[in-house]
Write a protein that binds this ligand. Sequence first.
Ligand SMILES: C=C(O[C@@H]1C=C(C(=O)O)C=C[C@H]1O)C(=O)O
Length: 326
Amino acid sequence: MSASTKTPPAEAAETGSETDKVTDLAAARVEIDRIDDEIHDLLMARAEVVGQVAAAKGPALLSASPIRIEREAQMLRRLVARHKGPLPFMSVADLWHELIAAMTAIQAPFAATIAGGDGAVQRFDLARQQFGSSIPVTVAEDARNAVRQVADGSAGVAVLPAPENGQRGAKPGDAPWWTLLNRAEGSPSIVAALPFVVAAEGDAPVRRRYLAGDGPRAVVVAKAPRNPSGDDITLVVSTSSGFVSPDICGAAFEKAGLSAWRLAFADDPHAGPETDKGAGAPQLHLIAIDGHIEGDDERLSLMDTRHGGPFGETYPVGGYPVPIGL
Ligand SMILES: C=C(O[C@@H]1C=C(C(=O)O)C=C[C@H]1O)C(=O)O
């Protein structure tokens, strides 16, 4: 679109006669129509190429989920690096999310669900921002139900509140939604933190805020495969037979060479009532690790009790690309 770098005719109109202004306005609109045609042609061409991507992914990969959050993160990081001019990048990101969602739905239609309850309106807004206006969005009764909808395939993605601690002694059915995540092949995992493009707030860099869990306003759960985007946070769950302090969690990971932060903990809902011993009850710890870690990374076993650590086992439950801070 080289024509867009020309001096806009409207600028000359500032000092010109009324006739000049009318002519310049008409000329600018002709130019805008020409650019719109070019954008439209490119959008149609892009949709053809996305069809080829779908063929390359094949039915098995597409049926799990057509969404590739790491690829989307890479695309937006590339665009923000070349962005200039008066159009706010936030608007460019919104346009691209709309575009990517529509293109993703060409590969395989998908629906979103959001967790109802407190903050549902904000989650609806974030779901629309990330997945565009053409994707059906329903409201699930609560976050646990939203995760179940992803598990049974009735929703492609679920937008959920950022992970929270469980209540001590809560019934298994009231355990926080993230305790439903497990390591089974093809089960739902956390794939994104929303929003992906954030206005800089305060002094803390975006990656530190997202690592410490006070950045995301919502997270996305899907069955999509998780690949490294180049700058990622990995989420794991560690089990323990009793209380483990955040400091002990952090130190155990540090000893294994991993920089980590505990986002939330809860009584282990799988442990059963007979093991409910108050502070001594088995617990689950949701931990954010700086970087992309594969599930079979041997460092994840170094915190186990058999290696002198505090945990029974540690398994991956997803992660997210570090957002863009403007
Ligand atoms: C095209 C792809 O599939 C989806 C659509 C994308 C797009 O429109 O650019 C990007 C990532 C995926 O969510 C892909 O995986 O490359």
